[in-house]
Design a protein around this ligand. Structure first.
Ligand code: ASP
Ligand code: MG
Length: 468
């Protein structure tokens, strides 16, 4: 079978872990599978690169020099420890040094300009993966597995020029990726492709959004028509609830693409929101597995989960550190365009709205935003709309959004009654409610201090701890 295996940043952040990953890949190879690896940047690198972009803007050359030194050391330590063969080690180290040298040149160039454009930021952000991929590739060769490394750009991932959140243009991408990867796998070698990176029509390096390596894996899988995608991370799988909140939370055996999308948005395992898109209309299943607990079968995401894994509710997710903004005023009633004005003002100031609800009286609209966006949101509303379109703004800055997710809820009566009944029994007040007509999730807002009680109540009510 052709397998695409993606390894996250925590799976390659030490020499032993890289060796472990290489051995794992070899074990599948020995079984007769063809493998394409996708690898993330070493844990902390992408965040580090993002932070260094700020140092560039400030002209802080000392921090930049420090960062380059640290990046070089980190990767030298990993490569030296993960690869035994002298010649291969030397080649890997030479590659690391060359790439860090290029990073240094790039930083030197943009610090002179004192500005970081979206285009140069993407180029900068690509260095994390460009450093981790060759190390894994040489570690594979070190244990006798033929391998080549490629950037997403070399592999043929072709995107638009929306730097930072570039979208792959799938028709061209499929053609190119299958052309570049097939000859390598045919030779019996394992291509190691950088996650997160593509290129636009001008050949500029683009990135496809944070957490994008999962997305790279599914793009590649769709392109080469793989048998399965395996996302190796550091958790056993998607869970019925956050185990830090619910002691008896269980790993889910099987979920549908649609359910997994809802869970990803609600942070079950942080997954790129579009990561499932390329495979959604294929039969390619995605397995989420733990690199450090390979005995655990993990969670499989498929188009149609087997009958015995179908449940009304599959998980209870929460997003904490959110804030609720309620805007109101008699002038909003029956005035077309009110909502548009509010959302437009917020969008222009890059405030992301997570949840919305309006009562049919139309005299108020409630919305939930991340706490980090709250100041920006209220300032925007005050400056642009208060006194005209809206008369008052109320804020509650300690709320949590809870969502019950499960495609089995569709068309089933009494789910809402069960949800709110269970929460009420634990004496938790519900502040706001939203359910999309897809009925895949039912979300509501509670005061953050009540969040753990509410999540546990629901987990119990739907018997999610029993089996999954
Ligand atoms: N390195 C990128 C990030 O941290 C992509 C990934 O890890 O999936 O966002
Ligand atoms: Mg990552």
């Amino acid at each position: 079978m052709m397998l695409v295996m993606k390894f996250g940043g925590t799976a390659v952040d030490s020499p032993d872990k890289v060796k472990h990953v290489a051995t794992l890949v070899k074990s599948y190879k020995d079984r007769g599978d063809d493998i394409v690896c996708v690898v993330s940047a070493v844990r902390g690198m992408t965040d580090g690169l993002l932070a260094i972009a700020d140092s560039v803007r400030r002209g802080d050359r000392a921090s930049i020099a420090d960062f380059v030194k640290k990046a070089l050391k980190t990767h030298i330590v990993i490569a030296s420890g993960a690869i035994s063969n002298k010649k291969l080690k030397q080649k890997a180290l030479a590659e690391v040094k060359k790439t860090v040298g290029e990073l240094q040149d790039v930083l030197g160039g943009i610090v002179l300009l004192g500005e970081v454009t979206p285009k140069s930021l993407d180029y900068l952000m690509s260095f994390g993966e460009r450093l981790s991929a060759p190390i894994l590739s040489f570690a594979l060769r070190d244990i006798g597995v033929g391998s080549e490394y490629l950037t997403g750009k070399d592999a043929g991932i072709f995107t638009d020029s929306n730097f930072g959140e570039a979208r792959p243009l799938m028709d061209t991408t499929k053609l190119r990726v299958s052309h570049t990867l097939a000859p390598i796998t045919k030779r019996g070698a394992v291509p190691v492709v950088t996650g997160f990176i593509g290129a636009d029509q001008h050949g500029n390096t683009t990135t496809i959004g944070r957490g994008g390596s999962d997305y790279t894996a599914t793009i590649i899988a769709a392109s080469i028509n793989a048998g399965e995608v395996c996302l190796w991370s550091d958790v056993d799988g998607l869970m019925t609830a956050d185990p830090k909140i619910v002691k008896g939370a269980k790993v889910l055996k099987e979920v549908s693409f649609a359910e997994a999308m809802e869970m990803a948005l609600f942070g079950a395992k942080y997954m790129h929101p579009r990561a499932l898109e390329p495979v959604m209309d294929t039969k390619i299943p995605i397995r989420i597995r733990n690199t450090f607990n390979i005995k655990h079968p993990g969670t499989v995401i498929t188009q149609v989960p087997s009958k015995d894994s179908q449940r009304i509710v599959k998980s209870v997710s929460v997003i904490r550190h959110t804030a609720l903004i309620d805007v109101g005023g008699g002038g909003m009633v029956g005035a077309p365009g009110t909502a548009a004005k509010i959302f437009d003002a917020l969008a222009k100031n890059k405030v992301n709205i997570m949840m919305i609800s309006q009562s049919p009286s139309e005299s108020s609209i409630s919305m939930v935003v991340r706490k980090s966006d709250l100041d920006k949101a209220t300032t925007t509303l005050e400056l642009s709309l208060l006194g005209r379109v809206i008369k008052r703004i109320n804020v509650n800055d300690e709320v949590a959004v809870i969502a019950v997710v499960g495609s089995g809820m569709r068309g089933i009566k009494g789910v809402a009654a069960k949800v709110f009944g269970a929460v009420a029994k634990r004496d938790v007040n519900v502040i706001m409610i939203a359910q999309g007509s897809s009925e895949l999730n039912l979300a509501f807002v509670v005061s953050d201090k009540n969040c753990e009680r509410a999540v546990n109540a629901l987990h119990d009510e739907f018997g999610l701890g029993k089996n999954s």
